[in-house]
Write a protein that binds this ligand. Sequence first.
Ligand code: NAD
Ligand code: MG
Length: 397
Amino acid sequence: MQRITILGATGSIGVSTLDVLARHPERYSVYALSAQTRVEELAAQCVQFRPARAVVGSAAGAAQLTALLRAAGVATEVDYGEAALCAIASAPEVDTVMAAIVGAAGLAPTLAAARGGKKVLLANKEALVMSGQLFIDAAREAGAVLLPIDSEHNAIFQCMPQFGGKVPAVREQGAGVAKILLTASGGPFLTRDVETLDAVTPDQACKHPTWSMGRKISVDSATMMNKGLEVIEAHWLFGAPAEQIEVVIHPQSVIHSMVSYVDGSVLAQLGNPDMRTPIAHALAYPERIASGVAQLDLTQIATLQFERPDFKRFPCLALAFDALRAGGTAPALLNAANEVAVQAFLDLKIGFRQIDRVIAHVMDALPHGAAHSIEAVMAQDAAARAAADTHIAGLSR
Ligand code: NAD
Ligand code: MG
């Protein structure tokens, strides 16, 4: 029996994870669940899965959750705040942690899971983008196993049979890898006239052609910052330098990524675009379990297309490559400026095409330094957020 904590249980990844767990009650039990604000949804999950512990974002939320659970006769212990998240991520009772909080808020608890030597199922790419080598070192020192949930990275993992959950794969094992080919759908605005992008609404940006996801990552997919963050994520997970990572637009999202080897072989992982596949893969690794995802019918899909990304249409992709090459705390700067800009777009404070300009402004305005400690990373994150806020306030005035 594997005992599991889900950080971000009410989100898109959290709900998909519970869906897979519910199919295999004999293999998995839920130790703890967390949610920031959606207390009623979390209460319903607790009634169904009976975790020992649940964590929410505030004292008021904790009081509300406690009342709901006691009324339903559920004994789950309720707590709130970051220290409580770190506690459910690192408790001795836990084997596996699904890190599915969105954004920098997930860094501390995800790192706590790595330091606790857990099997860490990493959906929260921002945590790794920010902390990079520090995170990899923490995982390695504690003997944590890091399994990628991001569909592309999970695909790459499956296309590197020699990887075995040990990071970083390419650098350490000299695995004969020529290139990592990271596929991207191109999002909802792949073919839209660039000049009309100023007018797009948050709902249009969040309407992804092939995946159903949370709003932040959906906007990131529309700007392709998501792919940029994934390039940095691939760098850390697989130890591949920027030149070894290539982004390929593939609108059908059937090939989830590929690995090209020096002998000319290219391995790909295919499947319907449903996150329950990588979730089930990582949960059961190295075994295979049913996920609820329909079998792929290639004759129905018939055509698979590929094209090179246009860095002018998607300036965020270029900014992410710049941050990766700059190193140090530059990726943390990029990530924080992006989180603030995306939220400002969702809050109708800036237009879609201002997202990349805000990030570029912050990256130009602030020096980045060495990422010698988590404190240095968090200081860079805070400085970037303040600079982005000030810049946005000036724009919307
Ligand atoms: P979501 O917005 O649907 O859910 C986010 C979860 O995090 C919720 O449970 C929410 O309560 C919690 N949360 C939000 N802010 C928080 C805070 N400040 N403190 C603590 N908890 C907080 O997001 P999602 O789409 O499920 O994405 C989660 C993570 O997985 C992201 O890092 C995303 O990049 C990554 N990811 C998602 C998908 C996908 O298909 N949705 C695919 C690949 C990677
Ligand atoms: Mg992805």
